[in-house]
Design a protein around this ligand. Structure first.
Ligand SMILES: Cc1cc2nc3c(=O)[nH]c(=O)nc-3n(C[C@H](O)[C@H](O)[C@H](O)COP(=O)(O)OP(=O)(O)OC[C@H]3O[C@@H](n4cnc5c(N)ncnc54)[C@H](O)[C@@H]3O)c2cc1C
Length: 284
């Protein structure tokens, strides 16, 4: 199918894009890489009257260090995340996650902001950003706000973002002891189950752990029972195995589709939690 007709404008700054969104009164959409939006428009599931292209806003893409944290502009492509020397050195799990997204064409066009705003339940970033305790930085006509990843992903295709707001970027602390493991769909590489894990270790003890899940349910979420099973325990194979064994317990809304049944996903949540924890521990 082809899209309904729409106007096109290229935003020159965040404020220009926000003003255009406001003026359109809810009928405009931001266009980043177009890899999620354009297919929806072709299916006429989305019929914006105006596309506001944010791909060339100066400074909206790039990975940089700021005040001891790592800042990733929302316009940064998955490929730029995957190959960022800064991330590969200080937060390799995020670069590795981006490298697993789709295929080279998707990675070269798709952006961090587009993926977060679209919030596909099978997207990869939610799991690792939850594990890394990232903050999403958002700008709207009322100014700036920052939302923790754990508050951002709320339901299927639903995040804490208003129609007249723009994701400007993501901030996180450098963390090496983290990893992402996923069971992917063979064609698209979307996650059937994806698990991100980050561990803080001191004197051989896991002082804290964060574990994020994607693909298995409606939206990205932390696995609090796995985190509780790790905190305060000695870092050992037995500790990691015991924590992975409870992954997915208590989740009653697991997805069931042509790729995997809910029961299969439940087993894979345990398997891929074990893999992510083991890989994160190997970096501790
Ligand atoms: C064949 C294929 C395979 C894929 N495989 C994977 C995969 O394995 N893993 C995975 O995670 N993803 C996968 N994707 C999705 C891909 O990562 C998309 O790039 C991503 O979901 C959307 O990013 P985009 O920049 O293309 O956004 P767009 O399509 O341009 O926009 C998506 C939505 O976000 C909004 N938006 C865009 N930027 C912003 C912003 N800065 N602030 C607020 N709203 C914004 C748009 O208005 C739109 O509603 C795949 C896509 C395709 C087509």
């Amino acid at each position: 199918m082809i899209t309904t007709s729409f106007d096109y404008a290229r935003a020159t700054s965040l404020d220009d894009a926000i003003a255009r969104l406001g003026a359109a009164g809810g009928s405009a959409k931001l266009l980043a890489g177009g890899h999620s939006l354009v297919p929806l428009m072709k299916l006429r599931l989305s019929e914006p009257s105006l596309l506001i292209d944010i791909a060339r806003i100066p400074g909206l893409s790039g990975v940089r260090e700021k005040d001891g944290k790592i800042e990733i502009g929302s316009g940064t492509t998955h490929q730029a995340v995957a190959t960022s020397a800064l991330l590969l050195d200080k937060c390799p799990a995020l670069a590795e996650t981006a490298a697993t997204i789709g295929d080279p064409q998707v990675r070269n066009r798709g952006t961090v902001g587009g993926s977060l705003a679209h919030a596909d339940p099978a997207a990869d970033y939610p799991a690792i950003l939850l594990a890394l305790d990232a903050e999403i930085h958002i700008k709207g006509k009322g100014g700036w706000r920052a939302v923790k990843a754990s508050d951002f992903f709320q339901a299927m295709f639903t995040v804490d973002l208003q129609p007249d707001e723009i994701i400007a970027g993501v901030q996180l602390k450098p963390q090496r002891a983290a990893a992402y493991a996923k069971l992917h769909q063979r064609a698209s590489h979307f996650a059937i189950v994806g698990v991100g894990a980050a561990l803080e270790i001191s004197g051989g003890t896991v002082t804290s752990a964060r574990v994020g899940l994607t693909g298995a349910s409606t939206h990205g979420m932390r696995l609090a029972n796995v985190e509780a099973a790790l905190a305060g325990k000695p870092l050992s194979d037995a500790t990691l195995a015991a924590a992975a064994a409870v992954a997915g317990d208590g989740l009653d809304d697991l997805n069931s589709d042509i790729h995997a049944s809910a029961e299969y996903r439940r087993q894979m949540v345990k398997v891929f939690t074990a893999r992510a924890l083991k890989a994160a521990a190997a970096r501790a």
